[in-house]
Ligand binder design. Sequence first.
Ligand code: FAD
Length: 564
Amino acid sequence: YPVGSKLLVLCTLSSGGLVAYSESQSHIGSPSVDVNQSEPRKKRVVVLGTGWAGTSFLKDLDASAYDVQVVSPRNYFAFTPLLPSVTCGTVEARSIVEPVRNIIKKRKGEVKFWEAECIKIDATNKQVICRSNIDSNLVGNGEFSLEYDYLVVALGAQVNTFNTPGVLEYCHFLKEVEDAQKIRRSVIDCFEKAILPGLSEEERRTNLHFVIVGGGPTGVEFAAELHDFFQEDLVKLYPSVKDLVKITVIQSGDHILNMFDERISSFAEQKFRRDGIEVQTGSRVLSVSDKEITMNVKSKGEVCSIPHGLVVWSTGVSTRPVVRDLMEQIGQGKRHVLATDEWLRVKGCESVYAIGDCTSVDQRKIREDIVAIFAAADKDKNGRLTISEFQDVMGDLIIRYPQVELYLKSQHLGDVTDLLRDSEGNDRVEVDIEQFKLALSHVDSQMKSLPATAQVAAQQGAYLSRCFNRRDECGENPEGPRRFRSGGQHQFLPFRYKHFGQFAPLGGEQAAAELPGDWVSMGHSTQWLWYSVYASKQVSWRTRVLVVSDWTRRFVFGRDSSRI
Ligand code: FAD
């Protein structure tokens, strides 16, 4: 997916953001005074996580205005869209990671980094408890606490096994750099094992059966990478077993890549069919053992088992325990994901912001707000609005909820513009608010949470840092929308996501892409677009050079099949 630094930052700068109300309480307020010091103390900002969201926040933050501390168990940022390429050695693991210290040293002001895991967020006492993951007796049990004035939770998510028996024990995941390295070694192991003397053909086939559970972008890209690795490199090294290799993708839905345009999903299915990759749709995995996968095949209405040599589980993400614990503390225990408002503030928790995969904008809040906006607009109007009042309400709705605009576009503005004209097609002077409400009643059912992608996470991080950087400026001159319930104006504009499209590499130097403006592009030229976008989106020149040289090395010498 075209995820990125500069472009995303620019877009976010133009759309703005909101963190606090200007007239009543300022969430990003003026520095408080430490009793022991004459100098006002800088506000303490603690950032949890150095993934897409956390790094994007840090990259743009003016750290000289705050006392910034960052906690993460990994002291690097990983460019996750290239993880599938690491599984087969198309690019090396070190080429897609950038040390966090390299990123923060470029900041204005000091940023402290602690390589540790946050084990508890204590929202009441405004502190986080962390544990160092470095094995050392020097620091006791390695635990320490950090107090914050503002907390930025950018902890991402963990793999979702849906509690399927055997998944944790027998499946590989593709979430972290270590996972990709482990898969790379295991793929080679499968080939080495399959050619050992004394095995039956059946046993060799089993060893060379690679199963991917989940037909989303990650699963599909891994299947395509593996197919290329086999066709372009391994087939020459293991000729005796070349006819025994099989790749299967198991998908519970009716199509793979079902979050993409239909044309892309059918293009991918056709390509996989031509390549001999089996796509088993409508199948739900019930359990996994060391030898086989058992699944329920909807179309046949039966349960069947298939033997495997290696399984990669790629079926989506769920909430991390430390985030779940925070949700329990603040009354969000029944939700799936940590809810924020449109200014990315965690609901029910003062001074805590959440960005990236660990969060979603609260849909109930959106519904409540739409009702409140209608009620406020309707006050003393007896159910009728002038066209300019109507346009005001619409403008406010769209600023606060970009989904409304997307919905209207998807409806070709049909529902609402119809309201502006009478039955003879003439412009009305007034709008019937009940009719208007009815037309928009479908909007909230169409509103979906933002996808868990790097693109969203990076834009949220950039948005939030902009709010932190502009607190004084926007405190004096609020830029946000009017508040309907209590009057006044919000300090910042709300977060607004801008979609730049997404890619699905399909192997054989072909890719598919959904581009802005409902464009769909597929084939070899799209793969070249993918190369150029991903090279340009690297976080540093160092990783850019490494990734491009890895691609060149692969073109010239092929992939390295050593098991190290
Ligand atoms: P992450 O990037 O997961 O970062 C979470 C951070 O929190 C990490 O630094 C982690 O070490 C840290 N952390 C975890 N636990 C703790 C703790 N207890 N205490 C402190 N820190 C902690 N998205 C796209 O848009 N395009 C793509 O092409 C794409 N491809 C992908 C391919 C793969 C294989 C994967 C796995 C994901 C892909 N994604 C893609 C999704 C994208 O990677 C995520 O949406 C993105 O990483 C979310 O960013 P984040 O910062 O919320 O979480």
